[in-house]
Design a protein around this ligand. Structure first.
Ligand SMILES: Nc1nc2c(ncn2[C@@H]2O[C@H](COP(=O)(O)OP(=O)(O)OP(=O)(O)O)[C@@H](O)[C@H]2O)c(=O)[nH]1
Length: 518
């Protein structure tokens, strides 16, 4: 009995122990489940945070989420966690590398931005500060994004300031050269009276030191359209003349063909009348043979004569009509031809005027380069025939640029006009001077001996030097340098010109204001 009681109490203790152990196990299970749940949640959040960064990491986390529910023991999850940890570390290094690359790209962009000359000072300072800031490393993507935004902002501001100022394309030496060439070209072209004001404005603009590329393009465009307009007008004038010529020729052709038809008809009528007259004369002869009676004979003769007289009268009338028609035709033709001839004369005069103008330099009214080339050819042909001395001289105003620069282009123009006049007046009628271009003149001097040429050219040089120029109340002496050469037997005149030009070059290098004969 005692034994059985002890056994019962032992069993009770064991049962209690079992209960408490079961309760502890349940507690442990709950704890494990809660931990697994927390781990699952953490993995879920981690998956979301890392999503898209690396495909391998995404797959690994998805697998881990799936497996977590099936693991018996928490230890079972460890190998997977090690893998995830390895991948996360790799991803971290990758991201840091990328951030570093991004930082150096941003530095590069900001350096480029600093090189933009037209960037406002304020912006320049901001970019420079920004560049300093980029010296510090980025730790997260969130450090990187605001910097990119800031850089984009700088670009925006720069663009805005460029649009606001509409800063023109910088004018380069080649643009200035183009402007200079256009100015030279304009001064060699004769524009119509109504175009001259426009051309003057362009000339002043080209001479200005503040011209920009856009204005230069506009100047080219305007000059081209003026020239096109002139060509179109010239074409219309030529067409009008050709139409007039055509009309006159048609009228003459009609008159000629009318008078030809008339004369054909008259010829037929006259032949018929001649035949009639011959027949009537024959009739007279035949009727005389059979008549014995003198009275009847008289009668017959007077009748026959009356018929012949009538035929002759018709013939005379016909001839008179023919004469009148011929006179009229000639008159019409003469009128047409007179009209045509006066039309041709007007046209010829206009062409001649135009030709003359094309050969004149508008500014100085001296012959221009084209006229000089024509004259040079003419003198060369003359030289080849008679072998008389022939000189070419090239005169160039010294330091002319400084006149333009100090007193303005208009003063420069006036100086050119005065010097051109002085050159012209220093020469004889048989001698010739042209404006070759810019501040350069060419003189063609025939029949002067080598002994006299230097004296002649020095006289010209002195004459120019003594012109009392006064600009802005300042007395200015303008000098010229001259190079000259005589054409040699067997030499082409172009070669003589080159020798004269080389002599001028020497004169310029030997302190200017001198004559050098090659
Ligand atoms: N006013 C005006 N200037 C002109 C004209 N044609 C050319 N020029 C100017 O003439 C000047 C010529 O300058 P450069 O070729 O340097 O010669 P420079 O100053 O005379 O010097 P040197 O010839 O070496 O003594 C340039 O400034 C041209 O713009 C014109 O029709 N009118």
């Amino acid at each position: 009995m005692k034994d059985s009681n002890a056994t019962v109490s032992q069993l009770g203790v064991l049962k209690q122990k079992l209960h408490s152990t079961k309760a502890a196990l349940d507690e442990m299970n709950e704890d494990r489940n809660a931990k697994l749940q927390a781990l699952l949640q953490f993995i879920g959040h981690l998956s979301l945070a890392c999503k898209g960064q690396s495909l391998e990491l995404d797959n690994k986390l998805a697998k881990l989420r799936h497996n977590l529910g099936t693991y018996e023991r928490i230890d079972d999850v460890l190998p997977d966690l090690v893998d995830v940890e390895r991948l996360l570390k790799g991803q971290y290094h990758h991201v840091m590398g990328q951030l570093e690359e991004g930082r150096s790209s941003l530095s590069k962009f900001s350096r480029q931005l600093q090189r933009v000359d037209s960037m406002p000072e304020r912006l320049k300072k901001e970019v420079s500060y920004f560049k300093q800031e980029l010296g510090k490393p980025f730790h997260t993507v969130w450090d990187y994004i605001p910097k990119v935004e800031q850089l984009v902002g700088f670009y925006e501001q720069l663009l805005e300031s460029q649009f606001e100022s509409e800063s023109p394309i910088a004018i380069l030496p080649k643009h200035r050269q183009l402007g200079h060439e256009l100015a030279q070209m304009i001064s060699n072209i004769e524009f119509r009276k109504d175009q001259r004001d426009q051309v003057l404005v362009i000339k002043e603009l080209l001479a200005s030191t503040e011209i920009d590329v856009e204005a230069l393009l506009e100047a080219y465009q305007t000059i081209l359209s003026l020239l096109l307009d002139n060509i179109a007008r010239e074409k219309t004038a030529s067409q009008e003349f050709l139409f007039a010529l055509n009309d006159a020729l048609s009228a003459v052709r009609e008159v000629v063909s009318d008078s030809y038809n008339q004369s054909q008809r008259s010829h037929q009528l006259k032949s018929q009348l001649n035949r009639e007259l011959n027949a009537q004369v024959d009739n007279v002869g035949a009727s005389l043979v059979d008549i014995d009676d003198i009275t009847e004979l008289k009668q017959q003769i007077s009748e026959q004569l009356a018929t012949i007289r009538a035929s002759l009268a018709r013939k005379e009338a016909l001839e008179q009509r023919e004469q009148a028609l011929l006179r009229k035709s000639i008159e019409t033709m003469r009128k047409e031809l007179n009209d045509l001839s006066s039309e041709a004369t007007t046209y010829k005069e206009r062409l001649f005027e135009q030709q003359k103008l094309n050969m004149l330099d508008t500014l100085t009214q001296l012959p221009n380069r084209a006229a000089m080339e024509e004259r040079m050819e003419q003198e060369y042909r003359h030289f080849q025939r008679n072998k008389q001395p022939l000189w070419l001289a090239v005169a160039d105003i010294d330091h002319f640029k400084s006149i333009n620069d100090s007193f303005g282009h208009t003063t420069g123009d006036k100086t050119l006009q005065v010097i051109a006049m002085a050159l012209k007046n220093s020469l004889r009628d048989t001698e010739f001077v042209a404006r070759y271009g810019g501040e350069e003149f060419v003189l063609i001097i025939p029949d002067v001996s080598p002994k006299d040429i230097e004296q002649l050219l020095n006289r010209v040089r002195e004459k120019i030097k003594n012109i009392p120029f006064k600009f802005k109340n300042q007395r200015i002496t303008v000098t010229v340098s001259i190079g000259a050469a005589q054409i040699l037997d067997g030499e082409h005149i172009q070669e003589t010109f080159e020798r004269a030009d080389a002599a001028l070059y020497k004169a310029k290098h030997e302190s200017r204001d001198r004559v050098i004969i090659d």
